[in-house]
Design a protein around this ligand. Structure first.
Ligand SMILES: [Zn+2]
Ligand SMILES: [Zn+2]
Length: 252
């Protein structure tokens, strides 16, 4: 199994996971052109994609789903709430339940619900029968269920959206600060580090800090928080760049 990110953050999210001949796109908050360009950087084309899975309807995750699905005839998976809120009915969305694992060809998906201000948002643990990749972004607060789902993963992509002090002192209006920092907003560095510290990390091969705000956080602060928790060097923590994403990571 291997994974990469095409982009991460408010300007557009998309992650690819590959197992055998299955290449799944998780979210598409990018234009068809950008997906094409960024996949090319990973040695792939949109024709190589098997399906798109959508976590929730926010535009940084869903704006490009319909266009890409139509253009390349790709099946789209979403919860009923996400399908309705994102207006994905026209692409013949396949629906999944937040608590029911399912498979897309060779890839196993274990979705779980998250507190976030969307209709029926979910995040995922991907598996190939041997290894597990946990992905968690767009979550206001960790829950015991989330920690249970992500426990013992071989790789983690973890939201480090903001630094609490930078958000408080930053340029956002008070209402937006409240939304981002609230229970249905985004995970801050301390919450991400605290969650990471509660997980069995004995198998971890990769930890990726993702969905980092460029106004209310820095890659350095996100790295520092996660590295302090794991007791590793900061350069062991990978950072998904807003526009550059992250190159392939093998989970062996
Ligand atoms: Zn987002
Ligand atoms: Zn969101």
């Amino acid at each position: 199994m291997r994974f990469a990110l095409l982009g991460s953050g408010s300007r557009g999210n998309a992650l690819v996971v590959e197992v055998g001949a299955t290449l799944l796109l998780l979210d598409c908050g990018l234009s068809v052109l950008q997906v094409k360009r960024r996949l090319a950087g990973l040695g792939k084309t949109p024709e190589d994609l098997t399906a798109i899975v959508v976590t929730h309807e926010h535009s940084d995750h869903a704006s490009g789903v319909e266009g890409l699905a139509r253009r390349y005839g790709l099946p789209v998976w979403a919860t009923p709430g996400t399908a309705a809120a994102a207006g994905l009915g026209a692409v013949g969305c396949r629906e999944f339940d937040c608590h029911a694992p399912f498979a897309v060809d060779d890839l196993e998906l274990a979705p779980f619900p998250v507190p976030h201000d969307a209709r029926e948002p979910s995040q995922f643990v991907f598996g190939d029968g041997r290894r597990r990749l946990g992905v968690l972004t767009d979550v206001g607060a960790p829950t015991p269920h989330i920690a249970e789902c992500l426990d013992g993963c071989d790789a983690l992509v973890l939201e480090c959206n903001h630094d609490v002090a930078m958000l408080a002192d930053g340029p956002y209006p008070p209402s937006l600060k409240q939304r981002v920092g609230g229970r249905h907003g985004h995970l801050n560095n301390d919450q991400a580090a605290d969650l990471l510290g509660r997980l069995d990390g004995s198998k971890l091969q990769h930890v990726v800090a993702a969905h980092i705000s460029d106004k209310n956080n820095t890659p350095h602060l996100a790295r520092q928080a996660l590295a302090d928790t794991l007791g590793c060097t900061q350069d062991w923590i990978a950072v998904a760049d807003q526009d550059g994403g992250l190159a392939w990571r093998e989970v062996v």
